[in-house]
Write a protein that binds this ligand. Structure first.
Ligand code: GTP
Ligand code: MG
Length: 340
């Protein structure tokens, strides 16, 4: 693995592909490769794109990538599919959609599906973003379907999050969970060629005005903290970011420049007043927290004797031990097992 690092940094696409596969498979030796790559990261602008199934995420990603390429920027794309354990239909569809981009060395597309836990997928996605970043891509676009936890996880890896909606999907705006609006930096109403687009735009604007931007920060802070982060004080409206609503017809490349402008405006906003430093710190804390939790859990499960776990489960089932008491006992058993 570590032998792939130098070629990757030198622009070798095969090394890139192999490292991404290793990330996805959690292959042996990948940690040391990722550690060696880490100092070379932090240059790409990471853009998350999420929204309801079929709203046009892949089409928009393709259109954006074409436009970035036209400007001379390189683009890495990760299509995350949290629902499918196999490289199934949706991803095949994406490949077809994205074939406009094939044959261009300045674009690299990778689909990722979940193997084990959602936590594992979000970690693998973060690592894949870093591999593309270290490989020198100017933009990294991450597509994920809005399926709950996964889109929230994207926010914690992306700098700018684009939420995509389309008219006539269920109850229009009603269908959009408040949660997904909270994570949006840019809102896109795609399929603007379809009837009802005006309604969707109006509905989104109304919801944005109702919703309080402060909730966004709560979302980030809510997920556990290692160290206290200073959140920027919010005095006056100029300090707040109001997500712009942009209409697109992704399959006709319409409105794409407006989306790019909105992304650049958001980037400029973050690059003022130390916001980017704060955001990055929050991302790091959340990521460390998650990795630590996962590592501790793994360590715990590795050292706990199976028989003890079973006996404790039995006791809880027989009501002779309560669940919290069971946890305390398991921790104690683990501590004594390790001490031996
Ligand atoms: N009329 C119209 N159709 C569109 C537009 N953008 C995408 N589509 C179509 O909508 C369908 C879904 O597009 P995708 O880009 O695959 O949507 P997606 O959000 O990536 O879908 P999943 O990844 O499966 O959730 C495809 O048949 C597209 O051709 C648009 O602007 N107008
Ligand atoms: Mg898609």
């Amino acid at each position: 693995m570590i032998d792939l690092v130098e070629p990757l940094l030198g622009g070798d696409r095969r090394a890139l592909a192999r490292l991404l596969t290793a990330v996805e498979n959690e292959a042996a030796g990948i940690e040391s490769a990722l550690a060696a790559l880490y100092p070379h990261t932090g240059h790409a602008w990471v853009i998350g794109l999420t929204g309801s199934p079929g709203s046009g995420k892949s089409s928009l990603v393709t259109a954006l990538a074409k436009q970035y390429r036209a400007q001379g920027e390189t683009v890495g794309i990760i299509a995350v599919d949290p629902t499918s354990p196999f490289t199934g239909g949706a991803i095949l569809g994406d490949r077809i959609r994205m074939r406009d981009l094939s044959g261009d060395r300045g674009v690299f597309i990778r689909s990722m599906a979940t193997r084990g836990s959602l936590g594992g997928l979000s970690r693998a996605t973060r690592d894949a973003i870093r591999v593309l970043d270290a490989a020198g891509f100017d933009r990294v676009l991450v597509e994920t379907v809005g399926a709950g936890q996964s889109e929230v996880d994207i926010v914690r890896a992306a700098y700018t999050t684009v939420v995509i909606e389309a008219p006539g999907m269920g109850d229009d705006v009603q269908a959009i969970k408040a949660g997904i609006l909270e994570i949006a930096d840019v809102l896109v109403v795609n399929k603007a060629d379809r009837p009802g687009a005006d309604n969707t735009v109006r509905g989104l604007r109304a919801m944005l005005e109702m919703g309080h931007p402060a909730s966004r920060e709560q979302l980030v802070r809510h997920h556990g903290q290692l160290i206290a982060v200073e959140t920027p004080t919010r005095s006056g409206d100029e300090r707040l970011w109001l997500p712009p609503v942009v209409r697109t017809v992704a399959i006709e490349d319409k409105g794409i420049e407006e989306v790019m402008q909105a992304i650049e405006a958001h980037r400029a906003f973050l690059n003022q007043d130390g916001r980017m430093t704060t955001l990055e710190r929050q991302h790091i804390e959340i990521e460390l927290h998650n990795r630590l939790r996962e590592a501790l859990m793994m360590r715990l499960l590795r050292t706990l004797p199976v028989a003890s776990v079973e006996s404790i489960v039995n006791q809880v089932q027989q009501r002779t031990l309560d669940p919290q008491g069971a946890v305390e006992q398991l921790l104690e058993i683990q501590a004594t097992t390790v001490a031996k």
